[in-house]
Design a protein around this ligand. Structure first.
Ligand code: GAL
Length: 666
């Protein structure tokens, strides 16, 4: 009997808190709230600080980030909604947001554009009769940077008791695989062209799917190169410049595949966008050598290497952290000769690069032109030549060169000051006897796409960091329009890394918050953009769906097309976009995207009935510059859809894509 009272009391307490007539929204399960960056927080800002708008502090509320949506099932039992909203004080002057309250697709309340320092706006509106209540924060049309948005003291009053859990509108997104199953017969994949500098070490692995054992051979391999017939790994050095047309052959018990492969020995490398893995989006500061080795192992074990995935790139946090209290990262930044040291998490760089190379993969490293990297680790300032030498001695094939603390060195943001550190490292890299892909990472400052190639970059980031949300990914991807004229073989625009699979900026990881349709959009768009493809997830725990996204050879071929054209946007209206990329064989890859967002209809941000909306997108032959009949192939499904006259129509899922290849028929 004694135990009975607490149980009754608990039941009573639960009933009171969960079945009351007014519900504080910060007490609800926020997992279905979409948030453009970070995670929505109850009673805190999105960065975990006390909620604060124009100096006024709030104990209760929700801290989120544009673009943010939250759909609640009120079922006609609502009376009023009250809240105070605004941009959190932790944002800087770049932030600007607009809050909306929607009831059954109609706008009930709208804040107008709100910036830092604007006093909170009060919402006190009737929600009588509303079935679905939508809370929306948009980026006010200028991108999501610093859009930290607060819903403070948000309370809904109800006419009768509803269980708090019943208010939550859970959307279940079931992944669906479009990539056809791999054939057991041999098939050679990957880019058909490869650049190398004469006299520099050559490493290329024939990417081939099909049952093992498989044997490899090559016709017309240039002098100086050796192919390992069992592994398909080609090594050596080419001494003379020239274009070498090689025939690659892969055989297994079920058959034989052959493919032309052009080796261009000259002054250009990175003739197609680099494909690989980078540690940042998954492990961030918790990276270590064993995680990097594990990524290389997984690249092979998962079979991704057979689709052309090549680089295993270490991001920040491998060098000594001068102010560190952690025995793993503290130490002497450089040896007595000024050569940079790795920290104890990376005890043997040479052994590590050797390990990765032995798998037929390449390996990358990261640094900054300033004294410190973005995470505060030793970087290259005033040691550029020594560091390039050390990277080459260690055996690295790729350098991502960030900006961060160089901001304190540069005199100003003028073009010469922005270019200077990148030119200096270029000179240093030119002195080493290794091909090192040079990746500039300064977030697009000074329109880097206009000069990244001139300073010798093979790729340059065009944006800030990506995160695993629709507004981040789509905000970056769809903003690449206009950059197409700056990309081409050897020099690429880089809209940042892929956020599919288990990501999390470590050590804790979570499944990407992009829906399956959004992930199809992400991969399709990046391939149309001829973007570097750097997987940001834990490859050792990759699921079937993610693997299917990363192993569709026809999709990858769009990215790796040797012509190196970046797609152009030819249509952008009412939440629908069409992007077209010219391919070497005269055909065109076309992405039909239904982004749904439309400034004229904020209701487009929500899936009101929990079901995927679809929208019809029409592509005309005129838009493509093709007259009359054209053939259409569905690239993800790898199936011909038929011959069409003058136009092609597709039903495109919300936030999704239909990716096709179009060529003139007859
Ligand atoms: C950022 C960069 C990220 C990651 C990070 C490491 O500046 O954009 O991709 O490299 O630094 O600290």
């Amino acid at each position: 009997m004694k135990k009975f009272y607490p149980v009754v009391f608990l039941f009573f307490l639960t009933a009171v808190t969960l079945r009351s007539q007014s519900i504080s929204l910060d007490k609800l399960d926020l997992s279905s709230m979409e948030c453009g960056w970070g995670t929505p927080e109850a009673d805190k800002s999105v960065e975990g600080n006390p909620l604060s708008i124009a100096g006024k502090k709030y104990e209760h509320g929700i801290g989120t980030h544009a673009v943010s949506t939250y759909l609640l099932n009120i079922n006609g039992k609502g009376k009023r909604l009250v809240a105070e909203v605004g941009l959190d004080d932790e944002a800087n002057n770049k932030g600007s947001v607009e809050f909306y309250v929607l009831g059954d697709k109609k706008v009930l309340w709208q804040s107008g554009i709100m910036k830092k320092g604007n006093e909170a706006k009060k919402i006190d509106i009737s929600i009588a009769g509303i079935k679905k209540l939508g809370l929306l924060v948009t980026d006010a049309g200028d991108g999501i940077d610093y859009d930290h948005a607060d819903w403070c003291d948000p309370v809904i009053e109800l006419t009768e008791n509803i269980h708090a859990a019943a208010l939550i509108n859970k959307i279940v997104n079931v992944p669906y695989i479009l990539t056809p199953a791999e054939s057991a017969k041999p098939k050679i994949n990957g880019a058909g062209v490869f650049g190398v500098r004469p006299g520099h070490p050559f490493l290329y692995t024939i990417a081939a799917t099909g049952e093992r054992p498989m044997s490899f051979s090559a016709e017309n391999l240039p002098d100086g190169l050796i192919l390992n017939n069992n592994t398909g790994i080609i090594t050596g050095k080419i001494s003379r410049e020239g274009d070498y047309v090689v025939t690659l052959i892969a055989k297994n018990n079920l058959g034989k595949a052959e493919r032309k492969f052009i080796i261009k020995a000259g002054d250009k490398i990175c003739l197609t966008p680099p494909m690989g893995w980078n540690s940042w989006n998954c492990w961030a500061t918790s990276v270590d050598a064993s995680k990097v080795e594990a990524a290389a192992d997984a690249m092979v074990k998962t079979g991704l290497i057979n689709h052309g995935w090549t680089y295993i790139n270490i991001d920040d946090c491998w060098s000594i952290k001068p102010d560190s209290k952690d025995s793993l990262t503290m130490g002497t930044p450089r040896d007595k000769n000024g050569m940079i040291n790795s920290n104890k998490k990376f005890p043997g760089m040479k052994a590590l690069t050797g390990y990765v190379h032995s798998k037929g993969l390449k390996i990358g490293i990261y640094s900054s032109p300033g004294p410190l990297t973005c995470a505060g680790y030793t970087a290259c300032y005033q040691h550029e030549y020594k560091d390039a030498e050390q990277f080459a001695n260690w055996g690295f094939d790729y350098l991502k060169y960030d900006w961060c603390s160089y901001g304190n060195i540069a005199k100003d943001n003028s073009l010469p000051e922005l270019e200077k550190p990148y030119m200096l490292m270029r000179e240093a890299l030119n002195k080493v006897d290794r091909d090192i892909v040079y990746s500039l990472c300064q977030y697009g400052m000074g329109d880097v796409w206009k000069w990244g190639s001139e300073v010798g970059g093979n790729l340059w980031r065009t944006t800030g960091d990506i995160s695993d949300s629709w507004s981040s990914m789509a905000g970056i991807g769809f903003n690449q329009a206009g950059h197409e004229k700056y990309a081409g073989p050897g020099h690429w625009n880089d809209p940042d890394m892929l956020v599919v699979g288990l990501v999390g900026w470590g050590p804790e990881l979570h499944p990407t918050r992009l829906t399956p349709d959004e992930q199809y959009t992400h991969i399709s768009l990046w391939c149309l953009l001829s973007a570097p493809l750097l997987i940001g997830c834990d490859l050792n725990r990759i699921d079937k769906f993610t693997l299917s996204l990363l192993s569709n050879d026809e999709v990858i071929a769009v990215d790796q097309d040797p012509l190196g054209r970046q797609a152009e946007r030819i249509y952008n209206k009412d939440g629908k976009q069409i992007w077209v990329k010219e391919l070497t064989d005269g055909s065109k890859a076309v992405g039909l995207f239904y982004t749904g967002e439309n400034s004229k209809s904020p209701s487009g941000y929500f899936m009101w009935n929990g079901k995927k909306r679809k929208s019809k997108i029409i592509l005309t032959a005129d838009e493509l510059g093709i007259s009359g009949k054209f053939k259409v192939r569905d690239i993800w499904r790898q199936k011909y859809l038929g011959v069409f006259i003058n136009k092609f129509e597709a039903l495109v899922p919300y936030h999704g894509v239909v990716l096709i290849k179009v060529s003139k028929a007859g």
